[in-house]
Structures are given as structure tokens and as C-alpha cells.
Design a protein around this ligand. Structure first.
Ligand code: SF4
Length: 314
């Protein structure tokens, strides 16, 4: 069995989870969280047990509530709604997503039509699009890039979702650059370091394995892309929430299993999968070397103050 590196939590997810924990320490329960703070069922359940209340919309949280906004970012209209409801927002948007929002605002201000490469329904894309809805067209495939018809072909810009497949995005951007030679975009696409590193780690592992297991939730974009990387290379792969989801039939005729995890999956779930294999007699587990990640993001400014002191004992 081979274990990919890097894997699991990225700096943006670490920051988002800590944001909810610190908000609970500062303000006490309940702390409301708009949408899943990160796309992982286990993380959400843990925080729920500690007093976080997850809601779909700012409209579902009470007037005046403390409301954490998830790592995926929100449209400006969400901030406006929250302000109208006197909610005290704490913005856990990953700084790398905020950077894409800033790019979108800047291109819209410059009069560009923005090709937003990403998945239409994904929360991050909904938030980024919200920066300039009239000027933004979501491009989810090569076919959509071919069909894209901006008002002014000379004024086209692109930005991308942070958690896409590097290969698919490169194909889409190649089509856009061919069709709109004057297109402008960020110096590098917006796919983040964590997505890039985890996909590269899987690519390096693929020649050595017969099956890939990816620990992550079904709505986690970057986890799904890790499965796609394997499937695209002809290696069977499955996304699993945790060890309980492994189907022993998948292992028939398989010699070497590769294991990785998405950027929102806690390491203890990977440990659980390793335990599952050890209990079935797998002794050889090799941890592959990979890029060492040392990125850290500061907590949101609303939280950079000491935690509330614990009540005095009686
Ligand atoms: S996957 Fe990338 S963009 Fe998303 S939270 Fe992690 S570092 Fe930020």
C-alpha cells in the first residue's frame, strides 16, 4: 500500500476550521455557519457537537447572530443581507479564493466579459460569479469554451475555480486563448497550491498502483478531481467518506492500493483506512515523499483577539 504526500488538510481548511473553533471560544454557542464550513461531513459533525449550527443561508440564521462564512467564499449580496440582519459575520473565505474575487472585480471594472472556468453549481463559483454577475459567464467544459460568445471579443478575461483538474483546465484555457487571442487573465491560473500538489502526488503514484482510494466527501471538488486524475489514466479509483465505505470487492485481484485524501479530509480518517487494511493483514505501507507544504494563513481579523476567559470555578 502506498500513501500519497501531500494529502489532506490545506492551509485554507485549517484556517476555516480554526475560525469556527475560535468563534465558539470567543462568543460561546451557538455560532451559526453559512453552508458547510469545508466540504467534509466529519468536520461538520464535529463542529456541530461543539455548538456550531450550520445553515444554508444567512436568512436562516437569527437577526444579530454570530455568522461564520465558509471557506468557499460568498457573493457581496450575502454580506449585504447579513448586515441588514445585524449579524456579526466572521469571514473564513480562503485567501486564495478572495484573490480570485479581487481579480473578477478588477476585470469587471475594466469592462471585460469574464469567463469563469469552473463548475456552475459549486459554492465557490456561485460566490465568485456574484462579484460581477452581469459580466460573468461560467465555463464548465471544452464544449462550453467553444460555444462562449462574449459581447466584445477583444475584451475577454478569465479566472478559474481553485479546485479544478489541472489538465482539464489547461484544455479549456487553450480553447479560450485560441478563440480570443487578446484574452487576459492572472499570471498563472487560479488553481491553488493544495489542489496542484495533491494532483501531482497522485500522478506520481499512479504507475505504482492498481487502485486509488481518495478519502473525501462527495461534494468536495478537489477530492473528486483526485479520482478523475486516476480514472483519466485508466487506474480504478473510488472516493470514500471513511473506512466504512470500502467495498472489499474492489480489492479482488488488486496488488497495490494507493491512498490519498482531499484538502478538506481530516488525517484521522486516513488513519482509519490504514487501520482497516492492517486488520486485513496488510503490513507493507509505504509513505511516498512529496512537496513539503508550509503555507499558513492568518485567522480572520474579527478573531485576532484573546479567547474569552473560562468561567471561574465554583
Ligand atoms: S483547497 Fe485551496 S483554495 Fe480551497 S481552501 Fe484549500 S488552499 Fe484554499
Amino acid at each position: 500500500m502506498l500513501l500519497a504526500s501531500p494529502r489532506g488538510f490545506c492551509a485554507g481548511v485549517e484556517r476555516a476550521v480554526e475560525t469556527v473553533e475560535r468563534a465558539l471560544a470567543l462568543h460561546g454557542a451557538p455560532v451559526y455557519v453559512r453552508k458547510q464550513i469545508v466540504h467534509n461531513v466529519h468536520v461538520v459533525r464535529d463542529l456541530e457537537q461543539r455548538g456550531a449550527v450550520f445553515v444554508e443561508s444567512e436568512q436562516d440564521a437569527p437577526v444579530g447572530a454570530v455568522l461564520v462564512l465558509s471557506a468557499h467564499g460568498v457573493a457581496p449580496s450575502v454580506h449585504e443581507n447579513a448586515q441588514r440582519r445585524s449579524q456579526r459575520t466572521i469571514d473564513a473565505t480562503c485567501p486564495l479564493v478572495s484573490k480570485v474575487h479581487a481579480e473578477a472585480r478588477s476585470y469587471a471594472a475594466g469592462g471585460f466579459t469574464i469567463a469563469l472556468v469552473g463548475h456552475e453549481e459549486h459554492e465557490e463559483v456561485v460566490g465568485t460569479r456574484g462579484e460581477a454577475p452581469e459580466a460573468t459567464v461560467v465555463i464548465g467544459s471544452v464544449a462550453a469554451a467553444e460555444a462562449f460568445t462574449p459581447a466584445d471579443r477583444a475584451k475577454v478575461a478569465y479566472v478559474t475555480q481553485t479546485t479544478l483538474s489541472m489538465d482539464e483546465t489547461a484544455e479549456i484555457l487553450a480553447v479560450l486563448r485560441r478563440r480570443f487571442p487578446a484574452i487576459v487573465g492572472p499570471p498563472k491560473d487560479d488553481i491553488c497550491y493544495a489542489t496542484t500538489n495533491r494532483q501531482n502526488a497522485v500522478k506520481e503514484m499512479l504507475p505504482l498502483i492498481d487502485l486509488l482510494l481518495v478519502v473525501g466527501s462527495g461534494n468536495s471538488s478537489n477530492s473528486n478531481r483526485l479520482v478523475d486524475v486516476a480514472l483519466g489514466a485508466g487506474v480504478p479509483a473510488h472516493l470514500i467518506e471513511d473506512a466504512g465505505c470500502i467495498d472489499e470487492a474492489w480489492l479482488d485481484g488488486i496488488e497495490t492500493v494507493g491512498l490519498t485524501s482531499g484538502a478538506s479530509a481530516p488525517e484521522r480518517l486516513v488513519t482509519g483506512v490504514l487501520r482497516w487494511f492492517r486488520e486485513r493483514g496488510v503490513e507493507q505501507i509505504e509513505r511516498l515523499d512529496g512537496v513539503v507544504e508550509d503555507i499558513e494563513f492568518r485567522l480572520p481579523s474579527e478573531l485576532r483577539q484573546p479567547a474569552r476567559p473560562a468561567p471561574a470555578a465554583v
